[in-house]
Design a protein around this ligand. Structure first.
Ligand SMILES: C[S@@+](CC[C@H](N)C(=O)[O-])C[C@H]1O[C@@H](n2cnc3c(N)ncnc32)[C@H](O)[C@@H]1O
Length: 200
């Protein structure tokens, strides 16, 4: 969150049940003393319905605006947002073959000098840690996943989507070709998660 600059208009791409939308509002309130206007976009009606009911359950929460739409074709005007945040969506976009279109849409809706801050799961950088991670993803994660989610557990999707995430040079090429500058991938926790940052 510390990379989130003081801003008034934020778009949360693939907002799901709204965790990141709520977090950005709380962070701006605490850190900068104001509440930003947050728009959460997601393909899924069910996810957004859950986000709305979470927001309603706590009347003190500021309600973001929720829009059901695809990140490929955002029903938003151009240059309307200072920041576009997103958590755990990039892999889905790549798997669906729409990553470039979504990066281009993000570029369109960002103001000049606006920034993109996307976070996602990635593979550890250090080889021994990467091997342990692979074993863990092949054994513990599916076991716990099936115990908790039963038949709803999406099998190998999690591991495969992490394994198949494009290498840094190809991701850089996509973001730069859509007009972004200063594209950076910053690993955290040894690379288990990474922050993808770029500027318009
Ligand atoms: C793993 S969930 C992450 C949700 C939320 N960002 C979070 O961190 O809890 C991925 C979300 O991306 C949404 N999504 C996938 N493809 C999308 C697309 N093309 N446009 C908009 N949302 C999309 C899914 O509906 C889902 O809610």
């Amino acid at each position: 969150m510390k990379e989130l600059p003081s801003c008034r208009k934020i778009l949360d791409l693939g907002a799901g049940t709204g965790d990141l939308s709520f977090l950005t509002i709380e962070y701006c309130q605490k850190q900068y003393g104001h509440e930003p206007f947050v728009v959460g976009v997601d393909l899924s009606h069910e996810m957004l319905a859950e986000a709305k009911s979470i927001a309603r359950a706590d009347p003190k929460r500021k309600m973001p605006e929720w829009i059901q739409a695809s990140a490929e074709a955002l029903p938003c005007g151009s240059a309307g947002f200072e920041v576009v945040v997103s958590s755990f969506v990039l892999r889905n976009l790549q798997r669906a073959g729409v990553l470039r279109a979504c990066v281009a849409e993000t570029f369109r809706v960002l103001q000049k000098d606006g920034c993109l801050l996307w976070i996602d799961l990635t593979k550890p950088v250090f080889l021994p840690f990467r091997c342990l991670h692979s074993i863990y993803m092949n054994t513990v994660v599916p076991l716990v996943g099936r115990l908790i989610f039963g038949k709803k557990w999406p099998g190998a999707y999690l591991k495969t989507s992490i394994d198949e995430l494009l290498p840094a040079d190809q991701l850089t090429q996509i973001f730069l070709s859509c007009g972004f500058s200063c594209f950076e991938i910053r690993p955290y926790y040894g690379g288990l998660v990474s922050l993808f940052m770029a500027k318009k």
